[in-house]
Ligand binder design. Structure first.
Ligand code: SF4
Length: 194
């Protein structure tokens, strides 16, 4: 299980391989691969798996008031959006549907109160504005299409069936016109009366 502090639920949405140091990025890439493989997350209120390579160097940053506020704001906003109580010990899985919801809300700023004053703010905004295309965590082009609801699937099935029915009707009419001279002449007279 991947340990994450709340505000990293936002940061992973726009992670494009940039970070504080090569060790930080290498570690983040490994976490991205685990998330992409479907591993679950456990929320922590301490420096987490993403912080690990720099936690010793940035102790003040990781335990500072600003970062704790960032966690609180994210827990509130993401929790409300996903309908999950985001707190120390909560476990959750980032499904394609959840990632899509989070990214859509992130792009509109709805869940970005925590980003205020962050040094990566402009980069994250640019990534969101560009459709998250180069993200390493569950990039949009890698996500399986969301399963359709039963009703939507039924409508799709009916549409497909009627399309085949109509194509079959046109083919049948063409065969009739080719093989039945009387019918063809009658139709031509109807369309182009002399
Ligand atoms: S702006 Fe900062 S807090 Fe917000 S998602 Fe980006 S890195 Fe995370």
């Amino acid at each position: 299980m991947i340990q994450l502090r709340p505000h990293h639920l936002l940061c992973l949405l726009t992670y494009v391989g940039k970070g504080y140091s090569p060790a930080f990025v290498n570690n983040y890439d490994r976490i991205a691969a685990r998330l992409n493989a479907g591993e679950k997350i456990r929320i922590t209120d301490k420096p987490d798996d993403i912080c690990a390579p720099i936690a010793g160097d940035l102790t003040e940053h990781c335990h500072g008031h600003r970062v704790i506020t960032r966690d609180d704001l994210t827990a509130r906003d993401v929790g409300k959006l996903l309908g999950v109580d985001v707190r120390n010990g909560t476990t959750l899985k980032l499904t394609p549907e959840r990632i899509s919801m989070l990214r859509a809300a992130f792009a509109t700023g709805k869940i970005r109160a925590a980003c205020k004053g962050c040094q990566w703010h402009d980069l994250c905004t640019e990534v969101a504005d560009n459709g998250y295309t180069n993200c390493r965590v569950l990039a949009p082009h890698t996500l399986p299409k969301a399963a359709k609801s039963g009703f939507a699937g039924l409508i799709d099935g009916l549409y497909g069936a009627t399309l085949w029915f109509r194509m079959g009707g046109v083919a049948f009419l063409l065969i009739l016109l080719i093989t039945q001279d009387d019918l063809r002449h009658a139709l031509m007279n109807l369309m182009f009366p002399r």
